[in-house]
Design a protein around this ligand. Structure first.
Ligand code: HEC
Length: 237
């Protein structure tokens, strides 16, 4: 009886030690998943906002099936939202060069050729790398902003293209673009304007696949901007 107790006692003790160890290495000291979401009523042009820019970039380029969505979680990395990104992608607040999330974009991952997204997907553009760099430098906050909706100065280069780059291009470029639809340049966008699929998909109209896939609908302002650009002739301006 005493021996059995001792055995169970040892077993329980080992389990406790194991649990303490596991939970203590789960979070490294720099990780603080409790940074609250802040929403500012004004978009400062020198600030990178996580919810507006960083998250859609990671959702469309990385958090896709077979890579870093919840189910696939390649190498334990899940890039579907603020908390999993902070917990699994080695972000060090204020220190982009020490952050795995940034280093893999430059090909400075574990191995020599460990670049993300891996080929045949195209690497992040310099501008996109800069967005991640600046976001981490600025403290990797869970921030968002609601800018004024500018429906007067709408252009392809200033409004529609940046929006497509952030929310759509990740899945619609390269060798195997989603639905066989490319969004890599003006001509590509014009083609889905002409066949009605752009407005159909972003407004979630019946009969169209709702876009952007796997994330929320674009804001009313973004949809209005696309609509106005189309109504003005969908120019390459
Ligand atoms: C996470 C990947 C992903 C993102 C992000 C994404 N798409 Fe798609 N898209 C797809 C896939 C995959 C399909 C094929 C249909 C399907 O599976 O729903 C598709 C289909 C489409 C279609 C054809 C719809 C139809 O009904 O024929 C259009 C147009 C389109 N996408 C435009 C966009 C636009 C515009 C955005 C950004 C606002 C966007 N996509 C963002 C993956 C994506």
């Amino acid at each position: 009886m005493y021996r059995t107790c001792l055995k169970y006692g040892t077993l329980i003790f080992s389990i406790i030690v194991f649990v303490i160890n596991v939970s203590s290495c789960k979070h490294e000291p720099y990780i603080n998943p409790d940074k609250p979401l802040t929403i500012s009523a004004y978009c400062d042009e020198d600030t990178v906002y996580f919810q507006n820019t960083v998250l859609p970039l990671l959702l469309t380029n990385c958090a896709v099936s077979g890579c870093h969505d919840q189910e696939s979680h390649k190498e334990g990395v899940v890039l579907t939202g603020y908390t999993p990104i902070i917990e699994t992608s080695g972000v060090k607040y204020g220190n982009p060069s020490g952050s795995k999330l940034y280093n893999v974009l430059l090909g400075r991952g574990k191995g020599e050729d460990d670049i993300m997204p891996p080929p045949p997907a195209s690497p992040f553009s310099d501008e996109q790398k800069q967005i991640i760099f600046d976001w981490i430098s600025q403290g990797a906050l869970n921030n968002s902003c609601v800018g004024a909706c500018d429906t007067l100065n709408v252009s392809f280069s200033g409004t529609v293209w940046p929006l497509m780059q952030t929310w759509c291009a990740g899945c619609h470029k390269g060798n195997n673009p989603g639905g066989n639809i490319r969004i890599e340049n003006y001509q590509d966008v014009f083609a889905i304007v002409e066949n009605g699929k752009l407005m159909g998909s972003v407004t979630h109209a019946p009969g169209y696949s709702p876009m952007p896939k796997n994330s929320g609908k674009l804001s009313d302002c973004q949809i209005a901007e696309i609509r106005i650009w189309i109504e003005n002739g969908a120019l390459d301006d």
